[in-house]
Design a protein around this ligand. Structure first.
Ligand SMILES: Cc1cc2nc3c(=O)[nH]c(=O)nc-3n(C[C@H](O)[C@H](O)[C@H](O)COP(=O)(O)OP(=O)(O)OC[C@H]3O[C@@H](n4cnc5c(N)ncnc54)[C@H](O)[C@@H]3O)c2cc1C
Length: 426
């Protein structure tokens, strides 16, 4: 597989992100084999720098400043430091997304999309499929060595029938001709590669990875959410019949490997996708704390000393902690599974765990931000209060990733099924 040339971004854009890759930063040249595991202090320092860059970027409405700092750090390429073992990788990704989510859930969601795809590819064990193994490891090497960000689309469109795929491909000239469109692709103008699911005529479902830049036949369209979620950079993508080389296809046709990889990357997605919104909840709790400690009732008693208030915030703190613990279980289960070659039932179980964590966490996050807004009152929307942005973006938590009706039905059927539910081994 000629991954090095196939996945090199062709078009450098202006602005910070391209600049980071052109900067001659010594980390840029470091080969994947030479990457040490990022020490805890370095991780914390880099995260603090990226969080500060995001605050500045939002204040100046120039997100390229954030992406420049992010790409120049090791954070997007944590997977490169964990190739010898995934221990801690998912939770570190979660922490990055959570921290960024405490500033902008929308930007954090875009970053989460890069993490889940790249980490799923990096940690998917497929030793018995040499072609997939070669493509996968070459791709991961390109992502890390060339400092690439990965966008994705499941090719769904908003049609009269739920689950309709908007794109398809056909075999042509030894490659694949892709056509159609997809409603959702976050990180759309920052991504260098697009990982996408589609169907190949007569062959069935397929997973592709292709360069996103410099290919006019892969057209990134207008913003899908032109207002509230604008910083997730979620756009429609239109495939104007690009001819992709055979090696762009990771897997084609129904197979155990395809089922395992799609379930595995979905498990990664559900495990991480609540992080932007739980980060928003954490920040809201912080805002409530500052407000309640700084403001007194008319009789001069600090609001933080009112017993009813203490109980209210205590309930929120417990919900936050429960959601965080649940997410931690999902992340550590993913890391553990990635150390062996899990069969489909085990990956499905991981997916179920991650879905439950996502359903619970995003709902908790939305409820916490709503309650904090009520506590802080109208001033939550004045000046540069972060609660304004958190309020507008946190509601997208339950709307992204797996649809909650789908998750709840699976759990409901399981609970009502023949197998004992309550004494399940979890
Ligand atoms: C901010 C944001 C960014 C996103 N970014 C990406 C991205 O980068 N890449 C990507 O591939 N996707 C992305 N998505 C899409 C995401 O992956 C899901 O496909 C999408 O959120 C599903 O929601 P929908 O409203 O499109 O669902 P639809 O499938 O259109 O469902 C609409 C509604 O129908 C009902 N419904 C749906 N299914 C069922 C069911 N099985 N049973 C009962 N009722 C049902 C539910 O009430 C649901 O809310 C993004 C979504 C959001 C919100």
């Amino acid at each position: 597989m000629r991954a090095t040339s196939a996945y090199r971004p062709k078009g450098e854009r202006g602005g910070g992100a391209g600049g980071a890759r052109r900067s001659g930063d010594s980390r840029r040249a470091r080969r994947i084999e030479d990457r040490p595991r990022l020490a805890a202090q370095d991780f914390a320092d880099q995260l603090a720098r990226c969080a500060a860059a995001l605050e500045e970027a939002l204040a100046s409405r120039d997100l390229s400043r954030f992406y420049a700092a992010f790409r120049a750090s090791e954070l997007p390429f944590l997977l490169g430091c964990h190739l010898e073992g995934p221990h801690g990788l998912a939770w570190r990704c979660f922490e990055v997304v959570h921290r960024l989510g405490s500033i902008s859930p929308a930007v954090a969601l875009a970053v989460e999309n890069h993490y889940y795809v790249s980490c799923a590819l990096a940690t998917f064990p497929s030793p018995d499929d040499s072609v997939l193994e070669a493509r996968r490891s070459s791709l991961v090497r390109s992502i890390v060595d060339q400092r690439l960000l990965v966008a994705n689309t499941n090719s769904r469109i908003h049609a009269g029938k739920l689950g309709t795929l908007g794109s398809s491909a056909r075999v042509e000239d030894g490659g694949y001709r892709v056509s159609g469109s997809a409603a959702y692709m976050s990180l759309a103008t920052e991504g260098d590669l697009v990982f996408f699911l589609t169907r190949v005529e007569t062959l069935g479902p397929a997973i592709f990875v292709a360069p996103l830049r410099g290919n006019p036949r892969i057209e990134v369209g207008p913003l899908l959410f032109p207002d509230a979620m604008i910083d997730s950079d979620t756009r429609q993508v239109v495939f104007r019949e690009p001819l992709l080389p055979a090696e762009s296809a990771l897997l084609v046709g129904k197979s155990d490997a395809l089922a395992r990889l799609t379930a595995f990357q979905s498990a990664w997605h559900q495990a991480l996708i609540l992080a932007p919104f739980l980060g928003a909840a954490a920040r809201a709790l912080d805002e409530a704390r500052r407000f309640l400690r700084a403001v007194a009732s008319p009789d001069g008693k600090p609001l933080a000393e009112l017993d009813g208030m203490i109980l209210d915030v205590g309930r929120m703190a417990i919900r936050y902690r429960a959601a965080r613990s649940f997410a931690h279980s999902a992340c550590t289960a993913l890391e553990a599974a990635a150390t062996r070659r899990p069969e489909l039932p085990e990956i499905t179980e991981l997916f179920e765990l991650a879905c439950a964590s996502k359903q619970f966490g995003t709902r908790c996050a939305e409820a916490i931000v709503t309650e904090v807004r009520r506590i802080v009152g109208g001033r939550a929307f004045t000046g540069a209060s972060v609660l304004d942005r958190l309020s507008r973006e946190v509601m997208f938590g339950p709307l992204g990733g797996e649809v909650h009706a789908f998750i709840e039905r699976r759990y409901g059927r399981r609970m009502l099924g023949d197998d004992d539910f309550v004494h399940n081994d979890w």
